[in-house]
Structure formats: structure tokens, C-alpha cells
Design a protein around this ligand. Structure first.
Ligand code: 0PR
Length: 372
């Protein structure tokens, strides 16, 4: 079958290079990541003995991210995405906990990967209501803690509104009560370090044992790529399955997947080192300036408002009047907009592929819908 035929068959799908995707947490990968990925399609770090140099590259990348997260002892892995990283983190926490400790305390705003993790690992997920700023309520966290608590989870960049839970306070609680604290920075990990005056969420906080951060979201790399970063080797090694028969020799596997893409590692390493801290800073400044502009424009619209003040490049928009946001959403979808639907608002993610012209076009349509 000719590639042109296949391209034609798939041509109706949305593209990041088009103007319609305003509700995704992924983006068009950086050209350097795409180019690199192609060169290493057949590499599999699931058999590490065959690819010792790629394993070294992965260690170097994790170490670089560890430095970004203020921890020179950090260890971890490039995994398939945020879901796998969160499942791994809770598996690790379970391995380190006492047998009867199965409660995980997390905000009701958590990503559905925590429901999956709880289901798979036989955990009891205690979802704590969020306050009016969409952040976990600490008074209720304190009440929920018991002898059965296995882990606390803080979110740096919630899926719904991009805000950060009070992780500094969660860390204090985790240290005081000796509980594993995992931070889900799948989205925020590559943006909050570059936003001035953001609250700390990383290993500077003593209680933080692991962090999820995704190269395939704000990390500018290809799909699939997430990262699980542990505080140190001891936490990394909590989960390990010995494998004796591989052609590269004996190994200890600490991931969920067996076969694991080396191309994802190479692409993520390459784009991180190509852009450098300066490049990520520039990218963050750009999306944050656009986020600020968009937020102000939305607030200027008589019938629209934002749900909270954006803390990163995620903006929740809703109607301030009597108009039903669901009706607006349906009309936006009819006009081809790919936005994200929440209970009473629409989530816009100002990803690197989003241009001011797209947002202007979007608001023009929004105005037309509001006027009709
Ligand atoms: N943690 C947080 C805070 C997330 O927002 C997400 C996904 C995950 C974990 C899980 O990450 P993976 O999807 O990599 O396993 N957040 C997005 C969401 O569900 C994922 C997404 C990406 C959705 C692109 C749509 C899309 O077009 O909204």
C-alpha cells in the first residue's frame, strides 16, 4: 500500500500543525526530537545489555532532569507516559510500605491514572475535595491520614486547571508522619521550573520521594515519553524483577514495560540538550505571555470568565452569565475546535504549537456563538 494512500486515509484527523487543537496536553514535537527519533527505531532498552550506551544516555538524561529538580542523586527511567510513571510510583510506594498500609491520599482533581493504579495495585484511593482554587484541602488531608496511609500525592499542574497543590505543606506532613510523597508533575515538570515565583514542588522538599514529568507534554519530545524520577537509588530499586535469559545478559527490570523504546530516550535527551535551560526558558516565556494575553481577552468578554487565575499555560474558561457552557462547547466542536470538556468549564492549553492567531480565531467564533 502506498504511503500516500495511508496519508489520505488519515488526513481528516486533527493535526497540531493545524489551528484547531486547543485542548491537548501534547504538542507538535520539536523538529530535533522528531529527527532523532527516526534514527533509533529498532533500539530496545528492555534488553539493556544490547544497548549499554543508550542506557548510559538514559542515566544522563535522568540525571539532568534530577538537577533541574534540585537533586544530584536522582535515579529513574524514561517510560511511556504519565500514566505509567504514576502507576510505577504507587507500586514503589506499596513495596516500601507495611502490608496493611493501602490508603493513598490524593486530590479529587487527580488524573485517572491514579484510579487505574489503585485498581491494579489493590489500593484504596481517598479523594480529597479541592478548594475554590482547585487545590487539595490540607485540613481534609490531615483528617484522612491514618496508620493505613501508604502514600500522599501532590499534583504540580492539575489536568483540569493546571494549578499546583500546596506541595510544600504536603511534604511537611509526609516528613512528620513518615509517609511516601509522590508528585505528579506530568504536565508541570517542564513548565513550573521556568515560571518565576512558582511554588516549589521538587526534591528541595524533603518529603518528596518521586516525581512524574513528561517529555511528551511540555518536554517538547515525541509521543511516547514520560519520566519517573526517584529521590535516590534506594527508592528506584524498591521495585525490581530479575530477568536472566536476555541476549544482553542478566538484568533487573524496574519498569512496567518489558520492551522499551530507546528512540524515545534518544529523542528526549537530544531535544533537552539542544534547547538547554535557556531554550526551555524561552519556550516557557512565550507560552506564558500568550496565556496572560488570552486570559485578559477572555476576561474582557462580557459573558466569559476564567475559573481560576492560571498558574501555568492551562486556562479554564466558563460563562459568567446564564448561558450553558455545554451548549457553547457543542457549537465550538461543530465549528471544528478541539477543546477539553470539564464539568462546568472548557480547558484551553496554550501549548507551544498554539499561536496568537489561533486564539484570535477561537475567540471570534466564541463571540459569534455568544451573540447568536
Ligand atoms: N498526570 C497528569 C497531571 C496528566 O495531566 C496526565 C495526562 C497524566 C498524568 C497521564 O499522562 P499520559 O497521558 O502521558 O499517560 N494529561 C492529559 C489529559 O488527560 C493527556 C492528554 C494529552 C490528553 C493529549 C489529551 C491530549 O490530546 O488531559
Amino acid at each position: 500500500m502506498k504511503i500516500q494512500r495511508l496519508k489520505k486515509r488519515l488526513s481528516g484527523d486533527h493535526k497540531f500543525t493545524g489551528h484547531t487543537i486547543l485542548g491537548s496536553m501534547c504538542t507538535e514535537p520539536h523538529r530535533v526530537a522528531k529527527r532523532t527519533y527516526k534514527h533509533f527505531l529498532s533500539t530496545n532498552v528492555g534488553d539493556p545489555g544490547l544497548f549499554p550506551n543508550l542506557i548510559e544516555l538514559e542515566k544522563e538524561y535522568i540525571s539532568e532532569l534530577g538537577s533541574l529538580l534540585s537533586n544530584d542523586d536522582a535515579k529513574g527511567m524514561v517510560v511511556s507516559g504519565g500514566s505509567e510513571a504514576n502507576i510505577l510510583a504507587l507500586w514503589t510506594a506499596r513495596t516500601l510500605a507495611k502490608e496493611y498500609q493501602r490508603d493513598v491520599i490524593v486530590s479529587e482533581t487527580c488524573h485517572f491514572s491514579f484510579d487505574k493504579a489503585a485498581n491494579l495495585l489493590g489500593l484504596n484511593l481517598i479523594k480529597i475535595p479541592a478548594d475554590s482554587n482547585h487545590k487539595i484541602r490540607l485540613d481534609l488531608v490531615k483528617k484522612a491520614i491514618s496508620d493505613n496511609t501508604m502514600a500522599l500525592v501532590g499534583i504540580a499542574g492539575t489536568t483540569g486547571s493546571g494549578v499546583m497543590d500546596p506541595i510544600e505543606e504536603l511534604s511537611k506532613i509526609a516528613v512528620e508522619k513518615d509517609i511516601y510523597l509522590h508528585v505528579d508533575a506530568a504536565f508541570g515538570g517542564f513548565i513550573f521550573p521556568f515560571i518565576k515565583d512558582s511554588a516549589p514542588f521538587d526534591f528541595r522538599l524533603e518529603g518528596v520521594k518521586s516525581i512524574t514529568m513528561d517529555p511528551h507534554k511540555m518536554g517538547r519530545s515525541v509521543i511516547q515519553a514520560g519520566c519517573i524520577i526517584y529521590r535516590n537509588k534506594k527508592v528506584l530499586d524498591a521495585v525490581q524483577i530479575p530477568v536472566t535469559y536476555l541476549s544482553g545478559g542478566h538484568t533487573k527490570n524496574n519498569s512496567i514495560l518489558g520492551t522499551r523504546s530507546g528512540a524515545s530516550i534518544a529523542a528526549a535527551w537530544m531535544v533537552y540538550n539542544y534547547l538547554g535551560i535557556e531554550g526551555y526558558q524561552k519556550g516557557a516565556d512565550k507560552v506564558m505571555a500568550l496565556t496572560k494575553w488570552f486570559t485578559n481577552e477572555i476576561k474582557k468578554m462580557p459573558l466569559m470568565t476564567t475559573i481560576v487565575e492560571p498558574e501555568c499555560n492551562v486556562v479554564g474558561i466558563t460563562t459568567s452569565g446564564k448561558i450553558d457552557i455545554k451548549e457553547i462547547l457543542a457549537e465550538l466542536r461543530e465549528r471544528g475546535w478541539a477543546v477539553s470538556e470539564w464539568k462546568d468549564y472548557i480547558r484551553i492549553t496554550v501549548m507551544p504549537h498554539v499561536k496568537k492567531s489561533y486564539l484570535k480565531k477561537f475567540m471570534k467564533d466564541l463571540n459569534k456563538i455568544l451573540d447568536s
